[in-house]
Design a protein around this ligand. Structure first.
Ligand code: ATP
Ligand code: MG
Length: 565
């Protein structure tokens, strides 16, 4: 754990929890939950919620449930359930032996609805969804009471039971709470508790013909699970009076308390599961774990570690204000983590061939290379140095600009972990004029990169052996969208209009031989190039690496600029 994380965290939610604990509420215990709907993969916004829900429970010695909020059978799928479990576990959180499902409580929820009907606080309404919308009123106008509002308790009980038995067609009836059609909060205007749906549920099969709405189900799930603090995002703030109304009128003791915080919005991406699903189904990306997506599975595949994501969530903190978080901050957290952990290796993306005139044909020498200058315990490895090498075309200039310290005619440069070399001659294709190879000499007295006579060599470049390198496919990613807020579209527009056509570029590269066989998920810093993560698409013939990030940390720059302001 980092020093920062060991400090006691301060934010309004933790302050509420501290106060509740000190007052001895809930018998001095805390119990939270993370309640995703299994209708898609989790994304970095969910990671924020997970860090809050599980993190707070952990810090205050409580428990956090993982609950699948499976009240809408139309959109849910067991594939998503598995992905959710994998992602939460991968982030490093544990929900204990029991996984909760909203559907576990469908029977108790039904009984609670009957209780409210008996109290005269719920009624069966025959208005269809269009009529419900029309009679709900607006922010400035009260709604209109349903003509079915005054049905007797007995009639309501009979109809509700018949709804459950499947006697009425989908959409023909609802169960509504009887609250107040003139309430300034539209949510309180006789909200729907149950709708008729002839849809099989992935856990309860075709037992149910009616399904609870989010508002009705959520507080009950919290109550049945013994949740003390039900933490959710700001859009539920206006639902809180209803959350409390249900629990109060059910006369439940030790009621959970709902607390809202601002959701994470990240620049240059979208986070709604509906939109992510659209991108996946429309093949705009290659699956839910496409490394360009903000899904946890995509970020994992790209090379993000749980530590990087958790540090990011700590840094953004918890507030009640909506804001847009810079993508550079997320990448900064990734680089901080990878710089410490990722072993170094050499890879050349845009090769140009060097040939040493003063080495014999077939010369190969295995040199020691440092695995991680940030971590001496990572040790060293052997890299082959040979008569023919590749360097990056960018590290050579026939006509060097001022202050160019890399290779150019007549100039010397240091090869990382190897020797000082000098450019003697350029060999070009006589027809096209293209550079075919560069003839160089090696200063054999400069092993390790230091000259014997103390000549200063300013530049150091990376390289790989030409005959002993391994070809690989590198996938270079740019933001998936070309605009900061892809959801901002003109009328009639679509967020997909803002997709960046250049978000994926595939290039071939030459890698040092140690990189040829790496299991998916292994991460390296290719020196001077970026952080790369071995991909599951790798084959023995062609390793595939995803670029997790470049080496340039634009966040540090932004931070410094802000400090000097
Ligand atoms: P989406 O809008 O992406 O479909 P959702 O809110 O419908 O998200 P749920 O599965 O219901 O998705 O979310 C589970 C929990 O994660 C909820 O408590 C929700 O408030 C929280 N959550 C969802 N998106 C974010 C976000 N961007 N930032 C923080 N918390 C989030
Ligand atoms: Mg939702």
């Amino acid at each position: 754990m980092s020093m920062e994380a060991e400090k006691e965290k301060q934010d309004f939610i933790r302050n509420i929890v501290r106060e509740d604990l000190s007052l001895g509420k809930n018998n001095g215990s805390i119990h939270t939950r993370f309640p995703p709907e299994p209708n898609g993969f989790l994304h970095i916004g969910h990671a924020k919620a997970i860090c809050i829900d599980f993190g707070i429970a952990e810090e205050f010695g409580g428990k956090c449930n993982l609950r699948l909020d499976d009240t809408n059978p139309c959109k849910e799928d067991p594939i998503y359930v598995q992905a959710i479990e994998d992602d939460v576990r991968w982030l490093g959180f544990d929900w204990g032996p029991k996984l909760f499902h909203a559907s576990d409580f469908f029977d108790q929820m039904f009984d609670c609805a009957v209780f409210l009907i008996r109290k005269g606080l719920a009624y069966v309404c025959d208005l269809n969804s269009e009529e419900l919308r029309r009679t709900r009123g607006t922010l400035t106008e009260a709604g209109i009471e349903s003509p079915f509002r005054s049905r007797s308790v007995d009639e309501n009980l009979r109809l509700f039971n018949e709804m459950r038995e499947g006697k009425y067609p989908e959409g023909s009836k609802t169960l509504r709470a009887k609250i107040d059609m003139a309430n300034p909060n539209i949510i309180m205007r006789d909200p729907v508790m149950y709708r008729i749906l002839f849809e099989a549920h992935h856990r309860t099969g075709d037992k149910w013909k009616i399904y609870p709405t989010y508002d009705w189900a959520h507080g009950l799930e919290d109550y049945f699970e013994g949740i003390t603090h039900s933490i959710c995002t700001l859009e539920f703030e206006i639902h809180r009076p209803l959350y409390d109304w249900f629990l109060e009128n059910l006369e439940l003791a030790q009621r959970p308390r709902q607390i809202e915080f601002a959701r994470l919005n990240l620049a240059f991406t979208v986070m709604s599961k509906r939109k992510l699903l659209e991108l996946v189904q429309g093949s705009y990306v290659k699956g839910w774990d496409d490394p360009r997506l903000p899904t946890i599975a995509g970020m994992r595949r790209r090379g993000y570690s749980p530590a990087a994501i958790r540090n990011f969530c700590d840094l953004i903190g918890v507030t009640k204000f909506n804001s847009l978080t810079d993508f550079a901050l997320l990448e900064h957290c990734l680089r901080e983590d990878l710089n410490k952990k990722a072993p170094r290796a050499m890879a050349v993306l845009n090769p140009i061939k060097l040939v040493f005139s003063n080495l014999p044909d077939g010369h190969v020498e295995w040199l020691d290379a440092i695995n991680n200058p940030e971590d001496p315990s990572a040790g060293t490895r052997k890299v082959p140095f040979s008569k023919e090498l590749y360097i990056d075309a960018d590290d050579f200039r026939e006509v060097p600009p001022p202050k160019y310290y890399r290779l150019s005619p007549g100039q010397e440069v240091r090869l990382r972990y190897a020797y000082v070399i000098k450019c003697l001659e350029i060999v070009k294709d006589p027809v096209t004029g293209e550079i075919k190879e560069i003839i160089c000499s090696v200063d054999s007295d400069s092993k390790g990169g230091n000259t014997k006579d103390g000549r200063k060599i300013k530049g150091t470049i990376h390289w790989v052996s030409a005959p002993l390198s391994h070809c690989a496919e590198l996938r270079l990613y740019e933001p998936l969208f070309k605009t900061e807020i892809p959801d901002d579209v003109p009328p009639g527009g679509d967020f997909k209009d803002n997709l960046n056509p250049d978000s994926l570029k595939i290039v071939k590269a030459f890698l040092e031989p140690s990189l040829a066989k790496q299991s998916p998920g292994t991460i390296f810093q290719f020196e001077r190039v970026g952080y790369f993560c071995a991909d599951k698409d790798s084959t023995p013939a062609m390793p595939v690496f995803n670029r997790a990030a470049t080496l340039k940390d634009s966040w540090s720059k932004i931070e410094n600029k802000q400090k000097t302001k």
